[in-house]
Design a protein around this ligand. Structure first.
Ligand code: ATP
Length: 213
């Protein structure tokens, strides 16, 4: 299977990451091959959608045998740009930022927090586990020196726009915005993804109220 990258929607990208998680799990369980029906049971997507998604990238399972687990993992890693470790910086070393840096799940998928940045003198110079908290003033020089491409924002919402305006977008290509300030999905060549945890609760509240009857 060739890791061709046709233009794909965010919905498909999200499904590919689901497949990847299930495939990694299957690999740990020692499964060399996985059928689309088994993948479907594990990740909850329809088998025909799975086959269609994967065929877009030239991946076809063997009839009666399924997909080669390792080969598909390697190719999904290539498609999703996960083959090399990625260094990430976080801005805003408060409660949410600290929890994210401490979360081991990022390391296991090749993302590493190189530094956290903050403007609070009481925090600058300290560490969250092994990650140093540095002065926000040094952000862009750090980004340039370490070729940082991904930034995670966990500052108060009121600070978001000011910070985004000053990010060196020559290097930074992806921003994960955990503040409640909604940013455009593209700005100065940066891809921005807004994740408002409170909003997710509002969505689930609506579903519970309207979809459970
Ligand atoms: P704490 O009470 O420990 O500060 P918190 O999560 O309640 O944690 P928030 O007010 O949400 O605090 O701020 C998150 C973090 O963002 C804090 O560490 C704060 O110092 C930092 N912060 C606030 N404004 C900026 C800014 N302009 N630049 C960088 N960091 C900032």
């Amino acid at each position: 299977m060739e890791a061709k990258t046709p233009k794909i929607s965010e919905t498909v990208i999200r499904r590919l990451t689901d497949y990847l998680r299930c495939l990694r799990h299957a690999q740990i369980q020692g499964k060399t091959y996985l059928k689309s029906t088994e993948l479907s049971q594990d990740c909850g997507h329809n088998p025909s959608i799975i086959r269609k998604d994967l065929a877009q990238f030239g991946a076809y399972g063997l009839k009666g045998t399924g997909y080669n687990t390792k080969e598909l993992i390697d190719n999904l890693n290539k498609i999703l740009g996960l083959t090399k470790p990625r260094e990430v910086v976080l801005i805003g070393a408060g409660n949410l930022g600290t929890a994210m840096i401490k979360y081991p799940g990022f390391r296991s998928v090749n993302f590493k927090f190189t530094a956290a940045f903050d403007n609070d003198e009481q925090k600058i110079g300290h560490f969250i586990d092994e990650t140093p908290i540095l002065d926000l003033k040094d952000l862009n020089s750090f980004i340039q020196k370490h070729l940082i491409e991904i930034v995670i924002l966990t500052v108060p919402a009121s600070q978001t726009l000011g910070i985004i305006e000053h990010l060196d977008n020559h290097y930074v290509k992806g921003v994960l915005n955990f503040t409640s300030e909604i940013l455009p999905s593209r700005k100065n060549d940066m891809f921005i993804h807004n994740i408002d945890l409170a909003k997710e609760l509002e969505v689930i509240s609506f579903c519970m109220k309207n979809c459970l009857s």
